[in-house]
Design a protein around this ligand. Structure first.
Ligand SMILES: O=C(O)CCC(=O)C(=O)O
Ligand SMILES: [Fe+2]
Length: 335
């Protein structure tokens, strides 16, 4: 039996209701039992573990985020929780370059306690791919219940690599503060596509209302899900809490790894990437290659054509490509 939580919040005296949602099922009982973990993964497409990540390591990540909010003078110096102090918030940034520069998440996953957890769960050494997001979402009192991030699957436009997404709350995230929502049971339907500007499954029924699933997230929890899992991010409707989370993507090291490094040379037809794992790798770009270019001030690289690639991804740019027989399936920049 699925459990449901009713999400209610108040706005200007009126009760607005968020959709009724299922609660994520915890997988803690399966830790250490490979068969049970594998069964849950193929049936549900996710693992939700409560209270498993090392508290100090998660606390250090939270402090990194809080330091950014203090720099913006939006959280008071003495506060250990992400509570907005009421100062002007209109120019809240979409990216936090300093966190990237300080390699905050890379240091987090290097912590032996964090690394050991992911190695145990994935039963392999871990390779972290450079698709990563520091999510600091400011409270917004707008009337509409606009999503923070629209419906998608992480694998939709990232062919050629087997990865899982690890979504990590860094402070409490309740129903008002938002957070991720996944479509339980919908991960076995292939990829959605875009029809008339709307993302959805073009074959078969729409995603049933009762598949939407979330939790009241706590620091030290982690949600790990498959790249075909449909999901979106709720807006932050809380009065004064920032939503702090991190999402990073892990691969088993024994799987074919992506080509990660700096562009050495690039044309509309070919890119050479200098990598640590494989040395220099040359890949063909063709009209099927999903090429992305950087967007200043946004964490999301944008689709571009291969003809724009030399200008948008010049030598020296940090990129990730995936490959099929000498052809690039994707080519995307990262910070
Ligand atoms: O944090 C969110 O709102 C959504 C995150 C997401 O899309 C992901 O973790 O892949
Ligand atoms: Fe996602």
């Amino acid at each position: 039996m699925a459990r449901f939580t009713k999400l209610r919040y108040f706005y200007a005296g009126a009760i607005l209701e968020r959709k009724e949602m299922r609660e994520l099922i915890e997988s803690n009982h399966a830790l250490g039992d490979r068969d049970a973990l594998d069964r849950i993964w193929s049936e549900h497409g996710y693992w939700f573990f409560r209270d498993v990540l090392d508290k100090d390591a998660v606390g250090a990540m939270r402090d990194e985020y809080l330091a950014e909010l203090r720099k913006l003078d939006l959280v008071d110096a003495g506060s250990s929780e992400p509570i907005w102090n009421g100062k002007p918030i209109e120019n809240f940034p979409a990216t936090f370059e300093d966190l990237h520069k300080r390699r905050a998440w890379q240091n987090f996953v290097k912590d032996p306690r964090i690394n050991a957890f992911f190695e145990e769960v994935l039963a392999d050494q871990i390779y972290w791919i450079p698709i990563d997001y520091y999510r600091l979402v400011a409270p917004s009192k707008t009337k509409d219940d606009k999503a923070y991030l629209g419906l998608h699957q992480d694998g939709m436009s990232n062919p050629g690599i087997e990865f899982v997404t690890c979504w990590i709350p860094l402070a409490e995230i309740d129903e008002h503060t938002g957070g991720i929502v996944i479509a339980e049971g919908q991960h076995q339907r292939g990829y959605m596509d875009v029809t008339d500007g709307k993302v959805g499954f073009s074959q078969g029924p729409a995603i049933p209302e009762d598949s939407w699933t979330r939790a009241h997230y706590q620091p030290d929890d982690v949600l790990i899900f498959t790249k075909s899992m449909p999901h979106y991010g709720l807006g932050n409707k809380s009065a004064d809490r920032f939503r702090l989370s991190l999402d990073i993507r892990a691969m088993r090291r024994s799987h074919p790894l992506p080509v990660v490094g700096k562009v050495k040379t690039i044309s509309a037809d070919e890119v050479t990437v200098m990598t640590e794992e494989f040395g220099d790798v040359t890949l063909r770009l063709d009209d099927y290659t999903i090429v992305r270019g950087p967007v200043p001030g946004s964490p999301n690289p944008m689709p571009i054509t291969r003809f724009q690639a030399p200008a948008e991804l010049p030598p020296g740019t940090s990129v990730m490509a995936t490959r099929d027989d000498g052809r690039a399936l994707i080519l995307r920049p990262h910070l």
